[in-house]
Design a protein around this ligand. Structure first.
Ligand code: UGA
Length: 435
């Protein structure tokens, strides 16, 4: 099938490459000419493990094209996926301007492709677009097909999703979506076929629920620190109950990234707009916004109540391991707060260093080329992102070059008895400090 993607951000890029891999002829359109030029050469704009191989595979077979303009490839498309960004407006609602720009461009085509909204949009948007298009006398049908890919594991998530969700208003459109995903459905992947508004809400509610689990376990971690309980055993003990499930129960510095913080704000605002309660959502939002402050308070108390003039290594900048994405990263929020308190930062991230100047002031910030350089003669080492390579560092050498031998592990990735045996004072999340 001929398919077009409008918007080659994270979701658009992964989905277009992978649908092309499944056998479709896919054209990708984006306003960023530099990105398109690089993708034509097989150069990815993001760090996503494994995606490069699929990109080269599809480019080599001529099934994947990157375009700057609406041309004949788009005119012959049976389906057009809209995968543009929906950033947060000052009102906390999702900004749908790019979605509507894309729809307006499709309306100008001579053809009537099925429009599939994959961008995360507030429930009701797909139906609204369907009415808008009908008024323009275009014959296109509109469907919702949210995405559940996680950064860092997106290829695997695409090929083996827990479910595929489609929201359509008629059988013809739902059959078209089933045809697009036929290779995955043939492998027994669950298909949830519903109306567009429910489909859109499944996406928001899933992200908000996962965020709620994280906020909950972070609150329990605080309590564990106070009453000398163990967060790892608590997460395991709760998670083995199948009704709870063991994923997303890892305590840390708070949830970040381009999705959870944005989507939960938009869902809460949607509930308010419809005079429906958002008590749970608002509690999660508030708890997570407070989390970096709690982390800095703890760091400050470990460093004898003052951060002014102290030098602190921050290992990890990305919002989670396996990505170079610094958007709404707790690590970045924590660094800003530490800088505000007068601390000097030596930062390192295996993938996210190139984006650092977009999100941080370089005042009192040194970016280093290795984690060891970050840790050289500092007052404390903070582990802010759970990169595997931080577990394997030569901690003996780091110990010899460290001033105060304090490690504050906000991701609980180090083995506490091993690291303490090396002489470090080791603080982690959800455990009472023991010398
Ligand atoms: C999330 C969802 O997991 C995807 O299903 C969804 O498609 C995507 O948002 C989206 O809407 O596009 P992602 O943002 O890549 O994916 O990241 P997650 O792996 O979900 O992690 C989100 C945040 O929660 C990270 O900051 C992570 O460190 C934190 N987290 C996650 C925890 O603190 N504890 C956990 O147990 C799990």
């Amino acid at each position: 099938m001929n398919i077009t993607f409008i918007g080659i951000g994270y979701v658009g890029l992964v989905s277009s490459v992978m649908l092309s891999y499944l056998g479709h002829n896919v054209s990708c359109l984006d306003t960023d000419r530099n990105k398109i030029a690089n993708l034509k050469k097989g150069i990815l704009p993001i760090y996503e493990p494994g995606l490069d191989k699929y990109l080269s595979y599809c480019l080599a077979r001529g099934r994947l094209k990157f375009l700057e303009n609406y041309n004949e490839h788009i005119q012959t498309s049976t389906a057009i996926f809209i995968t543009v960004g929906t950033p947060t407006l000052p009102s906390q609602r999702a900004d749908l301007q790019y979605v509507f720009d894309a729809v307006d461009n499709i309306v100008k085509l001579d053809s009537s492709p099925t429009i599939i909204i994959k961008s995360t949009v507030p429930p009701g948007t797909t139906d609204f677009i369907a009415h808008y298009i009908a008024k323009k006398k275009l014959l296109s049908k509109v469907a919702s097909n949210p995405e559940f890919l996680r950064e860092g594991t997106a290829v695997e998530d695409f090929l083996r999703p827990d479910r595929i969700v489609i929201g359509t208003s008629d059988k013809e459109t739902s059959d078209l979506l089933k045809e697009i995903y036929a290779p995955l459905l043939a492998e027994g992947i669950h298909l949830i076929s519903t109306d567009p508004t429910t489909s859109e809400l499944i996406k928001y509610a899933s992200n908000a629920f996962l965020a709620t689990k994280i906020a909950f376990i972070n609150e329990m971690a605080n309590l564990c620190e106070e009453i000398e309980a163990n967060i790892d055993h608590l997460s395991l003990g709760m998670g083995l109950d199948k009704r709870i499930g063991n994923s997303f129960l890892k305590a840390g510095p708070g949830f970040g990234g381009s999705c959870f913080p944005k989507d939960i704000l938009a869902l809460s605002q949607l509930a308010k707009d419809h005079h429906s309660d958002s008590l749970v959502l608002d509690a999660v939002i508030n708890a997570n916004q407070k989390r970096p402050l709690d982390m800095v308070k703890r760091i400050k108390s470990i460093l004898d109540g003052s951060l002014s003039g102290k030098t602190i290594a921050v290992l990890g900048l990305a919002f989670k391991a396996g990505t170079d994405d610094l958007r709404s990263s707790p690590a970045i929020e924590i660094i800003k707060l530490l800088q505000d308190e007068g601390a000097n930062i030596k930062a390192y991230d295996p993938a996210g260093m190139k984006n650092i100047e977009q999100v941080l002031t370089i005042d009192r910030l040194e970016c280093t080329s290795s984690p060891e350089k970050s840790c050289y003669e500092v007052d404390a080492i903070i582990i802010a992102t759970e990169w595997e390579e931080f577990k394997e560092l030569e901690w003996d050498k780091i110990y010899n070059n460290s001033k105060s031998h304090i490690i504050i592990d906000l991701r609980n990735i180090l083995n506490s008895s091993v690291i303490k045996a090396k002489g470090f004072k080791y603080y982690s999340i959800g455990h009472k400090y023991e010398a």
